[in-house]
Design a protein around this ligand. Structure first.
Ligand code: NAP
Length: 321
């Protein structure tokens, strides 16, 4: 039997790895894109034991000729666009490169799909960061976008690009507007992962203090392996549209630190706030309403942030050598 082909860009990232695992389990042939094979980090795919089940393909999404070749060679039915410069912090350091990659890549992909085969279904990794300065909580799919970082501006621009192609060319383009989601495969520089690995070091006497920035802001955190299920479900719907994927509750970063510290018997005094880690602009609080995704996609999610933290800490300790 011929397998359906799905292409995932950003295959080496956290979401790419979990989504690839899910699609393989559903019987897809998975083609995973990287920018440069020799510098890419395949440890996430290795950790899940799926690297040799995926066809890794090097493709520069800023080069439209390479994208045409990719689509002609692999004839996908679905494309999951997860590749991005995904760090808000890095976007303040490299705003132009972040904007350039995160927006032009989406235009290129949608232009190629429009020209070659409009039946290919497209998923775009949009972000809750696009909402930025919010007036009303919880955020819904209809809330106004007010981005507060170069990353958020790039994601908002890509988001509107997707809506434009969906509405103007009747293409099956869906955006998952995901709030922060975490896993063992998260890069070490992201907040929750950083807190967990550094706290473990403190508990083992390998580090004395944890330095952090503004920890009184509030965020809505969830569990990545469950969030990728929503991406898949979006492309199985007859009608393409956008969905918020979130837990529905926010928590201060301080509460997260103190919860992990308590689990590891660390004194609160080990946490030091440093101005060095403050950002030029910061979102105070955000949490979303996930009822559209639950109702229309039948997406099941009921983990609390503390249950998520328990899962993350357990897995980190299990793998800690
Ligand atoms: P991630 O771990 O940072 O992975 C993104 C992947 O994109 C990287 O592995 C990288 O792989 C690739 N990439 C391609 N071009 C890049 C560039 N110019 N700079 C840096 N990396 C580039 O991201 P993730 O957490 O899996 O998130 C997946 C997508 O969802 C991203 O688009 C992200 O912005 C979005 N998102 C994530 C969250 C979250 O909480 N995780 C929330 C909302 C939205 P190679 O180097 O191998 O090419």
């Amino acid at each position: 039997m011929i397998k359906k082909t799905a292409i995932i860009s950003g295959i080496t990232g956290q979401d790419g790895a979990y989504l690839a695992e899910l699609l393989l389990n559903k019987g897809y042939k998975v083609v995973g894109l990287t920018r440069l094979n020799y510098t890419s980090d395949f440890s996430g795919l290795n950790y899940l034991g799926i690297q040799d089940k995926i066809l890794i393909y090097q493709c520069d999404l800023l080069n439209i000729e390479q994208i045409i070749q990719l689509f002609e060679e692999h004839q996908p039915i679905e494309f999951y666009n997860l590749a991005a410069q995904s760090s808000v912090y890095q976007s303040f350091v490299n705003p132009v490169a972040t904007f350039q990659f995160n927006t032009i890549s989406v235009f290129n992909l949608l232009e190629v799909i429009k020209k070659l085969n409009k039946d290919i279904r497209f998923y775009q990794a949009s972000s809750s960061e696009m909402y930025g300065r919010v007036n009303n909580l919880p955020i819904s799919e209809n809330s106004i976008l007010h981005p507060l970082s170069p990353y958020a501006i790039s994601k908002a621009s890509a988001h509107f690009t997707c809506i434009y192609y969906r509405e103007s060319y009747n293409m099956h383009v869906s955006c998952g507007i995901l709030f922060n989601h975490e896993s063992y495969l998260r890069q070490n520089t992201f907040f929750v992962k950083k807190i967990i690995i550094e706290s473990i070091k403190i508990s083992k006497g390998q580090q004395k203090l944890l330095y952090v920035g503004n920890i009184d802001i509030k965020r809505d955190f969830g569990y990545a392996p469950k969030y990728v299920e929503a991406m898949y479900l979006m492309l199985q719907q007859e009608k393409a549209t956008d969905y918020l994927i979130c837990s529905g509750k926010s928590i201060t970063l301080r509460e997260i630190i103190y919860y992990i510290f308590k689990k590891l018997n660390i004194s609160k005094t080990a946490c030091k706030v440093s101005n060095e880690f403050y950002r030029p602009s910061e979102i105070e609080d955000m949490f979303g309403n996930n009822s559209k995704a639950k109702l229309e996609l039948n997406w099941q999610y009921d983990l609390t942030v503390f249950e998520t933290l328990d899962l993350l800490l357990e897995e980190e300790l299990r793998n800690d050598k």
